[in-house]
Write a protein that binds this ligand. Structure first.
Ligand code: C2E
Ligand code: CA
Ligand code: CA
Ligand code: CA
Length: 279
């Protein structure tokens, strides 16, 4: 885009520039949403594959801009990571989640834990545990109701350090889940040393679970290994009953996915779990 003289409109037409403009827009919207505390949290139920009963939930962030519509995490999370805004965003998500969960627990509406995703930058904050414990205290939620999801990729960047951080969180009574399992490169030696309670099998494996034997065998091995280590297993992205049946046959006990429910607003979530599952 250099020396185009009178043809500078071409500059604004090229797609690289459109991306840059969109990025700036999203970044500004994120900054504004953070300032106004307009970050939205949606909740997706986690269910038992044996009974289809609700056993817990995951908090998923949304950027809901009046007039623009909803922006999904795939678009703004990477940007939030790069700009460092992810720290403030993550804390607002955690605070909102704890606030909602505190109400639901008080009302006797929910069982189990609420899972919150932790970003790479959040995870390596030196005072992470104190920050989380402060929010829990301020929002009146006991740590036993919280589970933090950390991706395999993030913990494998520095496994020894990750073990220290995870141990600290665990010692406070917070449960930990290894997210997107199978997409990174955990060695079995490390997996055994991670103080985690849950393994989340990535959607990519669930997608193909009724295809080639190889994919099914892979999931069967992951489930068996996790159970040997005393971990719960959650399958992500279950969209049909055939997948649910196969996972159940392979002894995977928990799942999330559109088959059961999409991520829901807090009101919709409460309405959803007040009505018995009907699949
Ligand atoms: P994830 O943690 O693996 O979350 C699962 C994603 O799959 C969510 O996308 C969820 O809406 C979607 N999903 C659930 N069931 C199904 C299904 O049956 N089919 C399909 N196609 N998708 C399903 P979402 O909400 O767009 O989030 C994408 C990713 O963004 C998350 O992946 C997570 O890595 C990240 N993320 C979301 N919320 C937060 C947050 O509060 N903090 C951080 N740090 N990351 C977040
Ligand atoms: Ca997750
Ligand atoms: Ca995941
Ligand atoms: Ca995933």
């Amino acid at each position: 885009a250099k020396n185009r003289g009178g043809h500078s409109y071409q500059f604004f037409n090229d797609s690289m520039n459109k991306n840059a403009v969109r990025r700036l827009q999203v970044e500004n919207q994120l900054r504004q949403a953070l300032r106004n505390k307009h970050i939205q949290v949606m909740y997706q139920p986690k269910v038992s594959l044996r009974t289809y009963e609700f056993v817990g939930l995951e908090a998923l962030v949304r950027l809901n801009i009046p007039g623009t519509g909803v922006i999904n995490p795939s678009e703004f999370i990477p940007l939030a990571e790069e700009t460092g805004l992810i720290i403030e965003m993550g804390e607002q998500v955690l605070r909102q989640t704890c606030r909602d969960m505190c109400q639901w627990v008080k009302q006797g509406m929910v069982q189990g834990r609420v899972a919150v995703n932790l970003s790479a930058k959040q995870f390596i904050q030196p005072d992470l545990t104190q920050r989380i414990m402060t929010i829990l205290r301020e929002e009146n939620l006991s740590p036993e109701y919280l589970e933090l999801e950390i991706t395999e990729g993030v913990v494998m960047e520095d496994p020894e350090r990750a073990i220290e951080i995870m141990t600290e969180l665990n010692n406070c009574g917070i449960h930990l889940a290894l997210d997107d399992f199978g997409t990174g490169y955990s060695s079995l030696a490390y997996l055994k040393r991670f103080p985690i309670q849950t393994l989340k099998i990535d959607k990519a494996f669930v997608d193909d679970i009724n295809g080639a034997d190889r994919d099914r065998n892979m999931v069967a091995s992951i489930v068996a290994m996790a159970h040997n280590m005393g971990l719960d297993v959650v399958a992500e992205g279950v969209v049909n009953t055939a997948q649910a049946a196969t996972l159940s046959r392979l002894s995977c006990e928990f799942a999330q996915g559109y088959l059961f429910a999409e991520p829901l607003s807090s009101d919709a979530f409460l309405a959803h779990i007040s009505v018995p599952a009907s699949i």
